[in-house]
Write a protein that binds this ligand. Sequence first.
Ligand code: KIV
Length: 301
Amino acid sequence: MATPLGQVKPLVMSKHAQVQRVTAPMIAARKGSEPVVCLTAYTAPMAMLLDPHCDLLLVGDSVGMVVHGLPNTVGVTLEMMILHGQAVMRGASRAMVVVDMPFGSYEAGPETAYANAARIMKETGCAAVKVESGPEVARTVDYLVRRGIPVMGHVGLRPQAVNVDGAFKAKGRNDAEWGRVLAEAKAADDAGAFAIVVEGVAEDLAGEITALVKAPTIGIGASASCDGQILVTDDMLGLFDWTPKFVRRYADLKAVVSGAAEAYAKDVRARLFPAAAETYALRRNAHRQQRGRVEGSGEQG
Ligand code: KIV
């Protein structure tokens, strides 16, 4: 709509324009202070429910296993991450949204990683990406950060390395592994990661990493010594029979969903659903007028 001054007024003020989103520097500033609350999200309605309670929503490549039924995260594509990233951005208005870079999208080198990370940010509107980061990826993290892409690191149990490790196994339980995980965390920190996910490590190691690095550590199966915590939301909601030892179930949604589906099926089979209140009826007058017109015009009703 044109104003007298010839400016164009937006017809609708987006709620996103009114709310200050959490940023990477805000998360980085939480080191050693108030714990950072993070959960995964893959869809708009779930992001909307989680947003008021979380500082950061991660569109994790766990989406491949949780939503798409893949056996691990290796098969997840850039297109899947972008689609789910867009959905989460539509649902969340306050929390920082971080999108995982999938396997194969960043390991070849900084330039490829930059092209893929920039595409994720442009097409989703998210504020940062996450990479599973060993010392070999540190140069890439540095390259991205220097070019305007905030990066979250991910050390310890790195799910994208499942084919090298042979299984999802806790890390740092012997001296050699302990040193390797420390080196991964230090490399991500020195390269400028604004936060580092620490997955599947013993409490002592998580504590040592947290004391060593400048960035806040976000633990998953890594004890309360981290600066924040993250869980896969669907695990925390109790949607699966099996979850790792470190998951606390805050709900039993599997029972709720199964119970609802069972009750619905019973009602449909007994013709108890839908009832009158759930059924449309013709509006009486509209029906009469319609019939009158048809009869008056000599058309067949
Ligand atoms: O993909 C994911 O959901 C993750 C979290 C478990 C940290 O990387």
